[in-house]
Design a protein around this ligand. Structure first.
Ligand code: HEM
Length: 429
């Protein structure tokens, strides 16, 4: 009987997982378990979110009190809220690292191109889920983060005002915003994520599984031996899931999800910061006119990301970390260069170019000029590093990607830890 049950369970599993997998794709140093961790966090989010929905009320007069009620009256309510908050934040981080692993192992070759696009859609939905959820507690930090994140749109000519009204459902955050964000957060985005995720897995099956990892010296095409998915893959997946759950649970026991005073539209906190995952953009806004930081630069970067598998198709280096040994050295050079140049540019702008500048940003000094300089640095870097390392196009694109990602991370860090009152630079976190 027990044997039969095991057989049925095994058969059921094989509907979701392949019966065998190449032994090499089980190596932790290929995936780092990041895709699996994202799935676990996503389901934890949906589970805890469903439970929160029983108590939360999406109206300005009631939302804050319902959060207090969850925190103080509902058994394990605070823990539930913590689990939801930290798994949401964790998912951004883990999905971002998964995205980096896909890029750096070249897992977006012809058979995986479409999955790259599906992945980007998933990532956008994850970030939007976090953003829309941020407002729901209706406390000061949430209200003003959403206000600051959307107010900059006003600077964008012609479409900016309309975009802001569309997002907020009015001129400023109010009952309509809360209800819209609630509907998007609890229905539209979870439905989208659950709908798109199976396509992500289907594409992996269609591409004949994950990329086969190999050292730069190994010739492509060696699949190596196959092993049974049960137990080899399944045990690893279950272990990863348990570790992730344990870590999120521990974090949620020791750290409470933030909640400040109830939202007060008449009193803005100082500094007013966007959610941490948008701090890179808020930092960019300190140096570039909003037309560039919210429209031109994001559109160029997004277009680049979408087109990446068509711009560079590392067919012979798929599965090799950083494409080659040279690629690894170039990536390291690019990240050191990005840290130095970004920090120097922020300091120069803060203490030299924009020092004493009052009034709204203007198109020339804060727009075209810094944009042209940034473009020149990127172009110069691309051709410079390509020549210096006698590198291929793929390796040069990898370096440029590293430069941009590192620069964004540095700006995020500066925004979160090095900006204080009045968004001035400060030296102690
Ligand atoms: C909610 C977000 C996401 C979830 C839940 C998710 C889940 C997964 C899982 C479970 C795998 C297989 C295991 C692994 O590679 O670690 C995978 C592979 C893959 N993912 Fe994602 N992913 C997400 C976001 C992304 C993003 C942002 C991208 C890139 C833009 C991406 C592109 C891919 C590709 C191309 C593969 C196949 C990799 C290969 O063949 O080696 N995914 N994903």
């Amino acid at each position: 009987m027990e044997k039969d049950q095991r057989k049925y369970f095994r058969n059921l599993l094989l509907h979701f997982r392949p019966s065998t997998v190449p032994e090499r794709t089980l190596r932790l140093t290929l995936t780092w378990g990041l895709g699996g961790m994202s799935v676990v966090l996503l389901f934890l989010l949906i589970g805890t979110g469903l439970l929160l929905k029983f108590v939360y009320e999406p109206a300005p007069g009631l939302a804050y009190d319902s959060i207090l009620y969850i925190n103080n009256q509902v058994p394990f309510g605070q823990l539930l809220r913590n689990l939801h908050r930290w798994s949401g934040n964790g998912l951004i981080l883990v999905a971002f690292l998964h995205f980096l692993r896909i890029f750096y192992t070249g897992a977006f070759d012809v058979s995986r191109r479409f999955n790259w696009l599906i992945g980007l859609t998933l990532f956008a939905a994850v970030v939007l889920s976090n953003f829309t959820g941020y407002l729901l507690p209706w406390d000061q930090i949430a209200y003003w983060a959403i206000t600051i994140s959307t107010s900059m749109l006003d600077y964008i000519p012609v479409v900016g005002g309309g975009m802001k009204r569309l997002i907020l459902g009015g001129a400023e955050p109010g009952p309509v915003t809360l209800l819209n964000f609630y509907a998007i957060h609890t229905a539209i985005l979870p439905a989208l994520l659950l709908f798109v995720l199976p396509f992500h897995f289907w594409r992996i099956r269609k591409a004949n599984g994950l990329v086969i990892p190999r050292s730069p010296e190994e010739a492509p095409g060696t699949r190596g031996p196959e092993v049974d998915a049960m137990p080899h893959l399944i045990v690893r997946e279950v272990t990863t899931a348990l570790v992730v759950l344990a870590v999120v649970l521990l974090i949620s026991i020791f750290f409470n999800a933030p909640l400040t005073e109830q939202a007060n539209p008449g009193l803005s906190p100082n500094p007013t910061k966007a959610p941490w995952y948008f701090m890179g953009i808020q930092e960019m806004l300190m140096h570039f006119h909003p037309v560039f930081s919210l429209l031109v630069i994001p559109i160029i970067l997004l277009a680049g990301l979408l087109a990446l598998p068509w711009l560079t198709s590392p067919a012979e280096s798929t599965g090799v970390w950083f494409r080659s040994r040279k690629g690894r050295a170039m990536a390291m050079t690019a990240s050191v260069f990005a840290v130095i140049v970004t920090v120097a540019a922020v300091l120069l702008d803060e203490y030299y170019f924009s020092a004493g500048q009052a009034g709204p940003p203007n198109m020339i000094d804060n727009g075209l000029m810094p944009f042209a300089i940034a473009l020149a640095v990127c172009t110069g870097f691309y051709f410079g590093i390509k020549k210096a390392f006698k590198a291929s196009r793929d390796e040069a694109i990898l370096s440029l990607f590293t430069l941009l990602v590192t620069s964004f991370v540095v700006m995020t860090v500066i925004g979160i830890w090095f900006r204080g009152t009045g968004m001035q630079l400060m030296w102690a976190g």
